[in-house]
Design a protein around this ligand. Sequence first.
Ligand SMILES: Cc1cc2nc3c(=O)[nH]c(=O)nc-3n(C[C@H](O)[C@H](O)[C@H](O)COP(=O)(O)OP(=O)(O)OC[C@H]3O[C@@H](n4cnc5c(N)ncnc54)[C@H](O)[C@@H]3O)c2cc1C
Length: 472
Amino acid sequence: MIDVLVIGGGNAALCAALTAREAGASVLLLESAPFEWRGGNSMHTRNLRCMHDAPQDVLTEAYPEEEFWQDLLKVTAGKTDEAMARLVIRESSRCRDWMRRHGVHFQPSLSGTLHLSRTNAFFMGGGKALVNAYYRSAQTLGVRVRYGCTVDRLELAGSRFVAAHAGGERIEARACVVASGGFESNRDWLREAWGRNERGEWPADRFLIRGTRFNQGVLLKDLLAQGADRIGDPTQAHMVAIDARAPLYDGGITTRVDCVSLGIMVNRDGLRFYDEGEDFWPKRYAIWGRLVALQPEQVGHSIIDAKAVGRFMPPVFKGAQADTLQDLAFQLGLPAATLAETVRNYNAACRVGRFDHAVLDDCHTEGLSPPKTHWARPIDTPPFYGYTLRPGVTFTYLGVKVDAQAAVQFGQRPSANLFAAGEVMAGNVLGQGYTAGVGMSIGTAFGRIAGRSAAAAISPTHRSGESLASAA
Ligand SMILES: Cc1cc2nc3c(=O)[nH]c(=O)nc-3n(C[C@H](O)[C@H](O)[C@H](O)COP(=O)(O)OP(=O)(O)OC[C@H]3O[C@@H](n4cnc5c(N)ncnc54)[C@H](O)[C@@H]3O)c2cc1C
C-alpha cells in the first residue's frame, strides 16, 4: 500500500508530494488533467508574496511580518484567521531555498508594472516553469504520478481516510493530501452559488474562468457532504475584471487589463460605480471582477486617454480606439450622451496635484460620487481607449476547515490522516479580498505542512519502506 496519496497536480499538491517523499514516505500523485494540461491554476502564476526583513536576491527593501499581516487584514476586511495567516507569512520567508533546491528559479519583477518588487518574488519562466521543475524533481525522487486520473470520491471511516475512488478503481493509502483546487471551473456550481439577481439575471452565466477547467470542486463537494467542516462563502472568490473576449477557460494573465486605476470604469449605462484609485493595483485588481459581476449584464468598460498609454502592462487584445468620446461610446455600445456627461463630471471634479502612479499620489476628485481618491486626471487627451471587461474567476474561497497541521476538521476535530492544501482550504486565510501572490504563499506553506503531516501520520512500522535512495 502506498504511504501518502496526493490528489491534485498543482503547486500545493506538488509541495505536499515532494515534502512527504523527502520525509521518507512513498507517494502517489493523481492529477485530473492529462500530461499537457498538468499543473492546475499554478501553471498560470508568476509570483509568490514573501515576508523578508532585508533586501534579498530578487526582493527589494524589507517586507516584515507585521506589514504582510496588516495587508492581509486590510484586503480581507478582517475575514481571516490570524494564527493561520501568520503561519503562511512566516513560511513564506523560509520556503524559497527549498523551492530552489527543487529547481525553481527567481527573477526580479519588471519595473513599473505592478508595484511588486518589494513584496513578490517572480518565478523565472512563470508558473509553468515552476510546476515543470517540481514534476521533474518529483520524478527524480521517485514520486509516482498518474495523469488523467480524476478522483470521484473519498472513502472515509469517520474522519479517517481509507481510499480514493477514481473511475471505478479503489486506491488505498495510509494518508492522503487533498490539493484539488476550488470549484471555480464548475459553472453549474457557480450559477447555484450566485443565484439570480434582482434584475432576473444569472450573473455567473457571464463569468469567464481564468485558469484550468479541471477544478470542478468534486472532492470539495464530497468532503463537505461527508461532514468536513466548511469555511468561507461560496460567492467569495478571487475575481478579476478581464477582457470580455477571453476564452472560457485558461486565458491566464494575458487577458487581464491593468489600466483601471489610470482612468475611469463605467457600466453598461455609462455610469461610474466604484473608486478606481482606491489603492495600489495589486491590492485592488481582484475586487473588480466582483464589482463588475454586480453591474447590469455583468459588464464594465475601462476608459482611458492617451496619457495612460505606456503606464500599464499592454493587454493581449487591442482596445477600442477613437478620437472622440462619442465614437468610443459607439464602438463600445455605450449611451454616448451619458458617457460624455460622466466624463465631464469626472473631469470637472479632478484635483490634479503631482501625478505619480508608483505612490498613492495626491491627484483626486472633489465632490464626486463615487470619488476617485488617487491618480485622478481628466480624460481629455485623444485618442481615447476603451476595454470591455467581464468577471474572470481565478479561484473560489469556499473550502474545508483545517488546523495548523493542515488536518481536515470534522466537527472541529482534526482527521488523523487526511490533510488539505491550497485552494481547497484557502478560505482559512482568505475570507474575502486578495493581495497579489498570496495564493502561492498559501499553497506552498500548507502544501509543505500537509506533506510533512501526512508523512508523520504514518507510524514507521507501517511505512512502505521505499527509500529515497532506491527511488532516485
Ligand atoms: C491566471 C492566474 C494567475 C494567477 N497568478 C498568481 C500569482 O502570480 N501568484 C499567486 O500567488 N497566485 C496566482 N494565482 C492563483 C494561484 O493559481 C492559486 O492560488 C494556486 O495555484 C493554487 O494552487 P493549488 O495547487 O491549490 O491549485 P491548482 O494549481 O489549481 O491545482 C489543482 C489541481 O487539482 C487537480 N484536480 C482537481 N480536481 C481533481 C480531482 N477530482 N482528482 C484529481 N485531480 C484533481 C487539477 O487538475 C489541478 O492540477 C493565479 C491564478 C490564475 C488562474
